[in-house]
Every structure is written in structure tokens, then in C-alpha cells.
Design a protein around this ligand. Structure first.
Ligand SMILES: Cc1cc2nc3c(=O)[nH]c(=O)nc-3n(C[C@H](O)[C@H](O)[C@H](O)COP(=O)(O)OP(=O)(O)OC[C@H]3O[C@@H](n4cnc5c(N)ncnc54)[C@H](O)[C@@H]3O)c2cc1C
Length: 487
């Protein structure tokens, strides 16, 4: 039995290591001073064996003890064996790793926090560029924070919260800031401050030929990395974020209902949808149906509480149990949502972005009845909306789903590989119900290898822009995974 329980699931479900060491990277971030693109090696050079200095990069193969450690991913369904793992310590090391892959003609896969739902940060036959040791953090006087892309969320919170600063991002402790931001990124603070990628001001990125680029301002490459940058055309090594004043408290409200049948679960869901419309932007809500048990979470961090109390009171009437947590200091409160930190067996995937309950009304009876009659299926809906739906952010990113205020996901967790087949079969049945009902928009950070027409589902109208960036930065398709953008 893995070391998690039902309560851990709820935490893991509701949103969403490494020792807290901040390396000071003798790196090249300071070269980026301009707006737009600055490239250090513009012209394509014939592949040659780069000099691999231990201060920049260490290359491991299967026989190495370090390889075994570095090959582990959060999802135990995917324990793959790349030909090489390049552990990189500097941007130069990442550039060398890509040059090495070009020289050896190997495909390159990128790994930061290792939390990809579908194992997209490993491979069986190429080279993994692992940036997880790149944990530099550097503040500027305007409260911007530049981080190495090896940082995980817990490390960012540990750095920011004592300074009373926050970044709108996810809640699970060991999710990587890189993968999360490059696909969008949302969490408790997003309805007020936008997606994580909306706070991204500048990046350092290594392209498919090993060139180092610094992107900021109106750069099309920076824009492409805000929602479309996951392992597609470059390896981001540094991210500069705007941060915000942290709220002084955080409060959670919970309603629970047990032994649900379809009719009652649907009524609770309709009520949840109705009242989320009047929540303030400081609030977040999740509807988590775990078999026959429902948990509704509402959080808020401001005294503007009317919409929250209206929702709580309406749900309390039709739930079995309802509790209002105390106003807690933010650092303590966030820790309760850190979730499971060791690798587990699971299948998670987006179950669609919705504009309203009416979009799923025609299939929701079927979905709920399958979830409550199957072992280990969890159906969750989270609120987006608020300032995520900003015209200014739309212009500066390729996240195509801003007008959808609801993001749903399907989840299943198990303990032994022998349980996998039945879990996946039930999972697929629910997905088919949504697909047959016309649900097509999906969040890139909740991928599924089985999504049909996944490029359009993730990137919508921005797909041609992303293909142009792919062509520009990685014309040989060096950087790839099973759902990376094709040239
Ligand atoms: C337990 C859990 C909780 C989660 N909670 C949330 C949440 O609250 N909010 C939310 O928005 N999402 C959440 N997610 C989804 C999460 O955003 C994605 O799984 C994300 O891609 C993970 O990033 P990573 O760096 O940890 O993963 P990785 O597996 O390292 O990478 C994920 C993808 O990004 C690419 N990539 C990674 N690093 C780089 C880089 N430096 N440059 C270019 N490409 C790169 C990889 O190639 C891969 O395709 C959660 C996931 C899990 C498993």
C-alpha cells in the first residue's frame, strides 16, 4: 500500500521534494536586458561533440547509480529508460546537452518537476535533459523573482511567503514551476491574478539547435511559452515572474455528502454551478465526486465574503456535513494542500473545459452514474474565470481557453499494477461520454495520450503560431514527446 490515504487523495485532488537547497547558478541570466529576442548563437552549426564540463552538465547512462534516481517520475505508470540522462546545472549545460543530442542524433525530452500525467518528461530511446537541479532564485527591487526551472512549488512558496509575496500557481508541493507555467498554470489565486503564465515576464530558453535565447517584452517566443511551451520547441532554464502582495489569511469551507445516487449528486452539482457565478475573484471552488462521496471545497482570502456565504449556505442545506475553517495564516493554510509527494500509480486527464452547466447537462447523468458505480474514479470541476479571462493576457499568451470558467478532470489512483487495466477501462468509458457529447476543449497540463485531435484541443486558434515557432526554433524536431507540436 502506498503511503497515502483517502484524505491524501482529497488533498491531491483538490488542486493539484527535493531538499530545500538554493544553488547560486554561475549562469548567464543577466545578459537579458532588452525587450524581444537576444540570441547568443544565431546561425546553425554542423553538429559537433561539445565539451561537457562537470560544472555545467553530468551525463548518465543505465549503469550509473545516479541514473536510477533521476529516471523516477511522479506517475509510477511511467518508469522509462532513456539512453542518456543529462543532469544540467547551468543554461550552458542545457545547450551542451542539446548539442550532444544533435551530435548523436538523439531525440531530446525535457524534465523539470517530473509530474507529467502521461510521462512526457521521459523516454525509452533518447536523451532526457533534466533541469531539476537548477534552483537559483533572484529577487529584483520591484519584487520580481527569477527562478531556475528546477524549482518546485513548495520551494517557491518557502521563498516567497516569508517575504509576504505570492505567485498565482498550483498547490501541490512537488509540481515543477516550469511544466506548470509553460502549459498555463492555475490555482487558488488565479481568479484574481490570472494564470501563472500571465505573470511570466522573461525567460531564458535553449532551442533545438543548442542556441541560448533571452526572451522578454513582446517576444513571440515568450508568448508561445505562455500556454504552449511544454517540451515543444525549447528548454526553458530561467523564468522571471511578477509577484503580488500575499493576503494576510486564507479560509476554507467544506461541504460533504455521502452515499450519493445520481439524482442527488446532480442536484448538488447544479447548485454548485449556480452559486460559483457570484463568487468574488478571491474565491476558488472545487466539486470533487469520489465514488459516492462528494467533497465541495470553497476557499477565500478576502473579507468580501457574501458570494462565498451564499454558496456555502445553499450547499449546506442539501449536504450531510458542512464546516467553516478558521482564518489561517497563508503559509500554514497552503501546506494543508501540499498533497502526496512520493510517486504513485495514477491516471489523470482533463475532462473538458466548460462555459456553463448547460454544456454537460445532456451527459452528466451518465457520467455521474458511472463514477458512483466504479471503483476509484474521481470527477472534479474547478473554477477558473475571473481575471483569467483578460483581454490583455489573451494578447500576450497562447492559452486559448480564457472564456471557459470551469475546468474539469478525471482521476484514478491505485496501489498495484494489476489494478491498472480495470481502472483505465472505467476511465475511458467516462471520457467517451464527454467526447460523444461534444466536449473538445482540454487543458494542456492535464493531457491524455488518447485525446483525438489533441493539438486543437490544447491550443485552439494558436496552433498555427505555435507551429511557426516550432519551425523557427526546432526545425529538425529534436525536442519532442508523444504529443509535442509537429513541424
Ligand atoms: C499532483 C499534481 C497536482 C497538480 N496540480 C496542478 C494545479 O494545481 N494547477 C495546475 O495548473 N496544474 C496542476 N498539475 C498539472 C501540472 O501543471 C503538470 O503536470 C505540469 O506539466 C507538471 O510540470 P513538471 O515540471 O512537474 O513536470 P514534467 O513532467 O517535468 O514536465 C511536464 C511537461 O513540461 C515539459 N517541460 C518541463 N520542463 C520544461 C522546461 N524547462 N522547458 C520546456 N519544457 C519543459 C516536459 O517536457 C513535459 O512535456 C498537477 C499535476 C499533478 C501530478
Amino acid at each position: 500500500m502506498a503511503n497515502y490515504n483517502r484524505r491524501d487523495f482529497a488533498k491531491l485532488v483538490v488542486l493539484g521534494g527535493i531538499g530545500y537547497t538554493i544553488f547560486s547558478c554561475a549562469d548567464d541570466a543577466k545578459k537579458n536586458t532588452s525587450t524581444g529576442t537576444k540570441t547568443e548563437t544565431e546561425k546553425k552549426v554542423a553538429p559537433k561533440m561539445p565539451e561537457l564540463l562537470a560544472e555545467n552538465i553530468k551525463l548518465y547512462q543505465k549503469a550509473d547509480a545516479e541514473y536510477q534516481e533521476l529516471a523516477i517520475r511522479f506517475n509510477k505508470r511511467f518508469q522509462q529508460s532513456p539512453t542518456y540522462i543529462a543532469q544540467c546545472f547551468t543554461t550552458q549545460g542545457v545547450a551542451d546537452a542539446v548539442q550532444f543530442a544533435n551530435y548523436k542524433d538523439l531525440k531530446v525530452v525535457v524534465k523539470s518537476g517530473g509530474h507529467s500525467f502521461e510521462g512526457f518528461s521521459s523516454t525509452n530511446d533518447g536523451l532526457v535533459v533534466d533541469v531539476s537541479a537548477m534552483k537559483s532564485m533572484e529577487w529584483t527591487p520591484d519584487h520580481s523573482l527569477t527562478v531556475g526551472t528546477g524549482c518546485v512549488l513548495k520551494e517557491l512558496y518557502n521563498e516567497m511567503l516569508p517575504k509576504q509575496r505570492i505567485l498565482p500557481s498550483g498547490s501541490c508541493a512537488t509540481v515543477g514551476i516550469a511544466g506548470l507555467t509553460l502549459g498555463g498554470g492555475y490555482g487558488f489565486f488565479s481568479r484574481k491574478y490570472g494564470l501563472t503564465c500571465d505573470s511570466l515576464q522573461a525567460i531564458t530558453i535553449v532551442d533545438g539547435q543548442g542556441n541560448i535565447r533571452h526572451e522578454s517584452g513582446n517576444s513571440a517566443i515568450l508568448k508561445a511559452c505562455k500556454g504552449g511551451g511544454n517540451g515543444n520547441f525549447g528548454i526553458v532554464t530561467k523564468m522571471k515572474f511578477r509577484t503580488y502582495q500575499a493576503p494576510s489569511f486564507f479560509q476554507a469551507y467544506r461541504c460533504k455528502a455521502y452515499k450519493l445516487d445520481t439524482k442527488r449528486a446532480k442536484k448538488l452539482l447544479e447548485t454548485w454551478f449556480r452559486y460559483t457565478k457570484n463568487l468574488p475573484n478571491t474565491a476558488f471552488a472545487a466539486f470533487v465526486l469520489n465514488g459516492k462521496t462528494l467533497t465541495i471545497l470553497i476557499t477565500n482570502y478576502s473579507n468580501d465574503n457574501k458570494g462565498v456565504m451564499d454558496m456555502y449556505n445553499a450547499l449546506k442545506e442539501i449536504s450531510d456535513k458542512a464546516t467553516i475553517g478558521s482564518k489561517r495564516p497563508l503559509p500554514k493554510a497552503l501546506k494543508t494542500f501540499y498533497g502526496v509527494q512520493n510517486p504513485i500509480y495514477f491516471k489523470n486527464a482533463c475532462a473538458g473545459l466548460y462555459k456553463d452547466f448547460s454544456e454537460i447537462e445532456g451527459c452528466i447523468d451518465d457520467v455521474i452514474s458511472k463514477v458512483i458505480s466504479s471503483r476509484g474514479l474521481i470527477y472534479q470541476i474547478n473554477t477558473l474565470g475571473g481575471n483569467i479571462n483578460s483581454a490583455a493576457s489573451e494578447k500576450r499568451s497562447v492559452y486559448p481557453h480564457r472564456s471557459y470558467p470551469y475546468l474539469s478532470e478525471l482521476q484514478s489512483y491505485w496501489d498495484k499494477p494489476s489494478q491498472e487495466a480495470s481502472r483505465l477501462a472505467a476511465f475511458k468509458e467516462v471520457q467517451d461520454r464527454f467526447y460523444n457529447h461534444g466536449i473538445r476543449a482540454h487543458y494542456r497540463n492535464y493531457p491524455d495520450i488518447n485525446f483525438k485531435d489533441f493539438e486543437t484541443a490544447y491550443y485552439g486558434k494558436y496552433l498555427p503560431e505555435l507551429k511557426a515557432i516550432k519551425k523557427q526554433l526546432d526545425p529538425d524536431n529534436r525536442i519532442q514527446h508523444p504529443q509535442s507540436i509537429s513541424v
